[in-house]
Design a protein around this ligand. Structure first.
Ligand SMILES: [Zn+2]
Ligand SMILES: [Zn+2]
Length: 262
């Protein structure tokens, strides 16, 4: 089975391509299962995020993907989820969203330590060890809610760091994130958007070989995630194959699909 559960749509303002283009590209790329997990909307009153859909966009997201799920039945199995932060400020909202049944699943993608209305993007803070600790704490609080099916880019804290800077604080963060994920039965994601950035230029610091080497004794299940913000990432079989090759070289065999009771 070839399955990807991490796909965005134009609604997040930093992805390109119509919904259907992602589906066609996934079929061209040989996928059996495609999960959409666009950046979740939040019930902001005045603040408008430029990196995620608004609450007003959410019904169209569901409607469009449900229509396509029917239209492509038999060709591609579609799941409708969201990539969500864990914002303590909006924990009640998140639980209602998860329990509403509107989406099949949530994946945890932490980019802030609380709502972006009043906390900065966490990756630049991770140049400092304190930022790494904040990132890990936020991931763990999120995973402990039990609301998430897997954790995206667990090594995001390496984004601004060199491999050589995987120090004791990074080791602690990596170990704690992976142990919590394992305890929750949540796979950790090897992120292909990050890998693509590395293959095409200076790149992001994740996926970080230092991270993946270090967490071998602590890691539970591992999964590949395309984190597609462009349909071309799904039809790019070389990117997928390179990710798989690197994981194997690191000594991991990723799960090929997710199961859930819904
Ligand atoms: Zn994104
Ligand atoms: Zn994503």
């Amino acid at each position: 089975m070839k399955c990807n559960y991490h796909t965005h749509t134009m609604r997040c303002h930093h992805a390109v391509g119509e919904d259907e283009a992602y589906i066609r590209a996934a079929i061209a790329g040989g996928f059996d299962v495609l999960g959409f997990a666009d950046h979740a909307p939040w019930p902001y009153t005045r603040f408008v995020s430029n990196i995620r859909m608004t609450m007003d966009d959410f019904p169209d997201y569901l409607h469009s993907l449900r229509r396509l799920r029917e239209a492509y039945r038999g060709q591609l199995e579609l799941h409708i989820g969201l990539e969500s932060e864990y914002f303590p400020t909006y924990a009640d909202y998140l639980r209602r969203l998860a329990e509403s049944g509107d989406v099949d699943y949530l994946i945890l993608g932490a980019h802030y330590t609380d709502s972006e209305e009043f906390t900065p993007y966490v990756a630049p803070l991770c140049r400092e060890d304190d930022g790494v600790r904040q990132y890990a704490e936020n991931c763990i609080r999120g995973m402990e809610t039990g609301l998430f099916r897997y954790i995206a880019h667990p090594d995001l804290f390496m984004r601004p760091r060199h491999e050589d800077d995987f120090n004791a604080a990074c080791q602690d963060a990596a170990r704690d994130i992976c142990l919590c994920a394992k305890a929750q039965g949540m796979p950790i994601e090897f992120n292909l958007l990050g890998l693509q950035s590395q293959l095409t230029g200076a790149g992001r610091g994740y996926p970080s070989p230092a991270f993946w080497n270090y967490v071998k004794p602590y890691a539970g299940d591992v999964i590949l995630g395309v984190d597609a913000h462009d349909p071309a990432q799904l039809s790019d079989t070389a990117l997928w194959d390179e990710g798989l090759k690197r994981l194997h070289a690191l000594g991991y065999t990723p799960v090929d699909h997710l199961t859930w009771t819904k």
